[in-house]
Structures are given as structure tokens and as C-alpha cells.
Design a protein around this ligand. Structure first.
Ligand code: HEM
Length: 540
């Protein structure tokens, strides 16, 4: 399908252009051009007939797979997946369409997609053949927009190098060393909120704004060794520029939509010089320029030290010390970390606030565990001693895990077959698109037990590794296999520090309980409005 449209669209554009040109200059050959245009329109109609009617019924290699009823030619099974969020519709389809791990369904214009419903299939895709199933074009487009380079990370070879050399910087042991820096930023945030409450004890606190600011600072320090100082609003530079880039990085919705049907990346590359002159392009240039300066300083420092060890704890210093990445790739990696980390982890913090504000017994239990452990004097403890204790709090870890399980940042994950391959014994042609229903499997009662769709941290106390699920592939918030989120230890540590600092100090009630859980229509599971909170200070 994609190939036909990729040839047809430029050809028809040329014919139309020629017709227009001729009508403005002389009228010779107009009949011929109109005939060509007629042939092109005819071929489009024939193709549409083949693609929308013949292919799904007679030629698709997946025509034997179960398909939800009610497919429309033009907008496929869209009806089943709206008006609610797509994964809620998909949940209903999974419950009502009997299947052996794969369900075929159709997007608009008969775009065929396979829904992966079994953990066996997910295991085979993510761990058995991780490089047979890669990121779809849209994701690659979004990532290369952020890095504005030929991101080596996106190739199999580049990705393996990236994982091999960066893994040490993301281990639990290394993350523990970064926790004091995280803690001191959350401490600063708590103090700023206290100041706001001292001025007006009834103030409604916009927790999203505080979390956004603190997460920029922490991510900057932890990932690139640079303090954006967004918390006290002293810096309007990198923090603001990054925020702008992230809010726009996925590109216009219509471009992502078109990319389902036509690969417009070559055209976008041609237009890149124009894009770089746009305000988004200027922000990207500014960030890359500043990152280059930071990284060059790190490279000089590393060379002067003449040691093989990284000179600072941040992840970019570890990348420099690996000696494997040229400066341009170090910049790309820095951009990737700043894209992947702050928003996803900050969103988990918001959902933790949401759940705990509705369950005061969890708040109390958590606060009691934190207080007992920190011996009622958290802010005066040596950071390392404090952090060492935080890592050992079972209930805190359980709340962290349960938040991440119930609120996967990416509720539906897409994959594309990078080559001809097989899955569950099915022949899979290159280009086949898959959807992994992360949010649904994370709540599946068959995997998690009868309370699978409830927020219950206790499930992690019995088995801190699996939460009592019957499969290692039941919790997909961080993905699975060799492509799994490399920053998951960092994310867990940030969330643990946040919960400890925030709930030890504040008792919380939502000021917008009816609206807080309404989702923003997007690729991510994120509240539209965020959590507006009424906080009271808990004296220790
Ligand atoms: C709660 C917070 C987070 C969630 C839910 C999350 C989730 C994910 C998911 C679902 C993936 C894709 C895995 C796949 O393709 O199968 C991913 C990849 C990634 N994440 Fe995270 N992430 C979080 C925090 C972070 C943080 C703090 C970092 C810090 C650097 C980070 C860095 C990355 C990177 C670099 C990748 C690409 C990994 C690769 O393809 O090798 N993430 N993350």
C-alpha cells in the first residue's frame, strides 16, 4: 500500500503541476495531460478497490486471524476504539474476540494492524527476536526530530553499542550514588511549597508545575551534569528551550497520520533547512550548541585526568568515559535522555499523588515507614545514609512499583516488523504493524489475580520482583527484553525520593477530584489537568 501511494502521489503531483503550467503558458498537449491524469485517477480507484475490499478478504496473509466485526472500508475498526481512549476499546475487543495471541484489526483506510494479546507473543517479540520488531516510522521520525541527526541509536548495531557502553551508568548501584542529588532537589521543592503555604494555608497547589520544574533540574543534573535551576526560576535558557522542544517534538498530528500511509521522511529531510529556521529548529540549535559546550568540557576534563574512570557521576560523563561515542552522538544521547526521562517519571509522580490522595491509609502507612526509617530527622541526615535507608523501604518500593504498573506512560506500544520473520508460528512480512496493549496487560486479572485492576501496593510485598504476576511479561510499563527502558532504575529512584520527601511532609487531598483522572488525548497516559492539591503540613 505504502509503495503504491509513494509512487502515485509524486506522479500525480507532477501531472497536475504540468497541467497548471500549460494552462498558464500555452494550451498544447492539454488533452494528453488530462488523459494521463484520468489514468492516474483510474489507477487510484482500482488500487482503493483492491486495498480496501480484495486484499483484506482474499490476499492478506492474516485473513485467517480473528478480526473484530464491523470493519468499515474507510475508517476500519475505528468505531470500536472511540470515543474513549483507544486502549479501553481494545480491552473490550480482547475480551470479546476469541484468539490465540493475535487479533487483526483495521485502522482508517484499511491499514492492517495486529494486536498482540498474549504474553508468549510479547516474550517472543521483545526477547526472542528484539531486532526483528523495531520502532515504527513515526517513532523514528519523532526521535530524529529531537536529535536532528542520523541517530545511530536507531540502527541495530548502534543500539547494541549504546546499551553495552551505557549499561554501567544505569545500574542500581550507580543510581544509588545519584540519589543524594535527587533528594536535595526534592527537598528544595518541598521548602518552596512550604513557603507558598505559609503565605496562604488554603492555597491550591499546582503539583504539575512543581514536578515539572524539579524534574528538569534533577534530570539535568543526573543525566548531563548540568543544573537548569528551573526550581527557583533563575534560568530561562536550557530548561525553557527543552520544554518547548518536548511539547512539540512529536510533530504535527497530520504528519504522523500521513506517515501511516506514505513515508514522507525523504521529503521532510529536504525541508529540514526550513525546519531548522523555525522557532522549534532554533530551540534545537540552542540546546545542541549548549550540550556541545558541556560535553566538550567533560571530554577535556576526562583527558586531563588521564584515568579510565568517569570524572563525574552523571550519565553523560559515563558516556564520555566509555570513549566509544563521538561528540555528535554524545549530544544525541543527552537529547534522548532528556526526552525519555523527565516527562515519563514526572507523570508517574502525578499518578502517585492521585492514588494516595484518595487512599489516606496508604499515605499514613507510607509516612509511618518513612518516618520510622528516617528517625524523624530526615533533613539533617547525611545524604548517603538517608538514601541507603530509602532503598530499603519495602512499602515505599511497593508504592513505586504499583504506580508504574497501573499508570504506564505508554499505554499502547507500537512495533513494526523490520524484516520478514515469524511470530507464534505465523509468517510475518516486513512492515507489518503491531500494537502491544501495555495498559491492558498490566491490569489483566488472568495475570495479576482478581484485584488486577485495583491499585494495591501490597501485591509487591510478597514478591518484590514480579508483584505476584504469573508471567515476567505481565508488567510492560518499561517494555521488555534488550530494548527495555535503560533508565528504569533511575525512574524508580526518582519516584522513591519524590514520594519520601513529599508525603513525609504533606498530607494531601485533591482539589480537583472529579477532573484529575480525565486523560489528555495523546500517545501517553497523562491527566489533562494534572493534580491540583490541598496540602497540610505534617509536623514531625
Ligand atoms: C516512569 C518512568 C519511565 C517510563 C514509564 C519509561 C518507559 C520506557 C519505555 C516503555 C521504553 C521503550 C521500551 C521499548 O522500546 O520496548 C523506554 C525506553 C527508554 N527509556 Fe524510559 N521510561 C521511564 C523513565 C526513563 C528515564 C528516567 C530515563 C533516563 C535516561 C529513560 C531512558 C530511556 C531510554 C534511553 C530508552 C531507550 C532504550 C532503548 O531502546 O535501548 N527512561 N522507556
Amino acid at each position: 500500500m505504502v509503495l503504491f501511494l509513494e509512487i502515485w502521489l509524486p506522479l500525480s503531483a507532477c501531472t497536475l503541476g504540468t497541467l497548471l503550467y500549460k494552462s498558464l503558458t500555452d494550451v498544447s498537449h492539454t488533452g494528453l495531460i488530462l488523459a494521463v491524469l484520468g489514468v492516474e485517477l483510474g489507477s487510484l480507484l482500482l488500487w482503493a478497490f483492491y486495498w480496501m475490499i480484495l486484499y483484506p478478504n482474499f490476499f492478506s496473509p492474516f485473513r485467517h486471524l480473528p478480526t473484530p466485526p464491523g470493519r468499515r472500508w474507510l475508517y476500519g475498526n475505528r468505531k470500536e476504539f472511540s470515543p474513549n481512549y483507544a486502549w479501553q476499546g481494545i480491552d473490550a475487543v480482547m475480551k470479546t474476540v476469541p484468539n490465540n495471541g493475535l487479533i487483526r484489526f483495521y485502522e482508517a483506510l484499511s491499514r492492517e494492524v495486529l494486536l498482540v494479546t498474549s504474553v508468549d507473543a510479547i516474550k517472543e517479540m521483545t526477547s526472542g527476536k528484539p531486532y526483528d520488531f523495531g520502532h515504527p516510522k513515526q517513532v523514528k521520525y519523532m526521535m530524529s526530530r529531537i536529535t536532528s541527526s542520523n541517530f545511530n541509536f536507531l540502527s541495530e548495531h548502534g543500539h547494541k553499542l549504546f546499551r553495552k557502553h551505557l549499561r554501567p551508568a544505569f545500574t542500581a548501584t550507580h543510581t544509588r550514588k545519584l540519589m543524594p542529588a535527587m533528594w536535595s532537589k526534592f527537598e528544595e521543592m518541598v521548602k518552596l511549597i512550604e513557603v507558598e503555604l505559609r503565605d496562604n494555608s488554603d492555597a491550591v497547589i499546582d503539583t504539575r508545575e512543581y514536578i515539572r520544574r524539579v524534574m528538569w533540574d534533577i534530570s539535568g543534573v543526573v543525566m548531563i551534569g548540568y543544573d537548569f535551576q528551573t526550581l527557583d526560576r533563575r534560568d530561562g535558557g536550557m530548561g525553557d528551550q527543552f520544554a518547548k522542544v518536548l511539547s512539540e517534538f512529536s510533530g504535527p498530528a497530520w504528519v504522523r497520520m500521513i506517515m501511516h500511509y506514505v513515508d514522507v521522511r525523504p521529503l521532510l529531510s529536504l525541508l529540514n533547512p526550513l525546519f531548522m529556521r523555525s522557532s522549534l529548529g532554533k530551540s534545537l540549535n540552542y540546546i545542541r550548541f549548549t550540550l556541545r559546550q558541556i560535553i566538550t568540557e567533560k571530554e577535556v576534563k576526562f583527558q586531563k585526568a588521564g584515568s579510565k574512570e568517569a570524572q563525574d557521576l552523571d550519565i553523560t560523563s559515563a558516556s564520555v568515559a566509555s570513549g566509544i561515542f563521538p561528540t555528535s552522538e554524545l549530544i544525541d544521547n543527552g537529547m534522548l535522555f532528556m526526552t525519555a526521562g523527565p516527562n515519563s517519571s514526572g507523570t508517574a509522580m502525578e499518578w502517585a499523588i492521585y492514588e494516595l490522595s484518595r487512599k489516606s491509609e496508604i499515605q499514613k502507612r507510607l509516612r509511618q515507614e518513612i518516618n520510622e526509617c528516617l528517625k524523624s530527622a530526615p533533613f539533617s541526615l547525611e545524604p548517603d545514609a538517608l538514601i541507603g535507608q530509602l532503598q530499603n523501604l519495602p512499602y515505599l518500593s511497593a508504592v513505586v512499583n504499583e504506580t508504574i504498573r497501573c499508570y504506564p506512560f505508554i499505554p499502547l506500544s507500537a512495533r513494526a516488523a523490520e524484516k520478514d520473520t515469524t511470530l507464534l508460528g505465523e509468517r510475518i512480512p516486513k512492515g507489518t504493524i503491531f500494537l502491544l496493549p501495555v495498559d491492558i496487560l498490566n491490569h489483566d486479572k488472568k495475570l495479576w489475580g482478581p484485584d488486577g485492576d485495583e491499585f494495591n501496593p501490597d501485591r509487591w510485598l510478597g514478591d518484590p520482583l514480579t508483584g505476584g504476576a504469573t508471567s515476567n511479561y505481565a508488567m510492560l510499563s518499561f517494555g521488555a527484553g534488550p530494548n527495555t527502558c535503560i533508565g528504569q532504575n533511575t525512574a524508580r529512584a526518582m519516584l522513591a525520593c519524590f514520594l519520601a520527601a513529599f508525603f513525609q511532609r504533606f498530607d494531601i487531598q485533591l482539589a480537583n477530584p472529579d477532573k484529575a483522572a480525565l486523560l489528555r488525548p495523546a500517545l501517553f497516559k497523562r491527566s489533562e489537568e494534572g493534580m491540583m492539591a490541598k496540602l497540610s503540613i505534617v509536623e514531625v
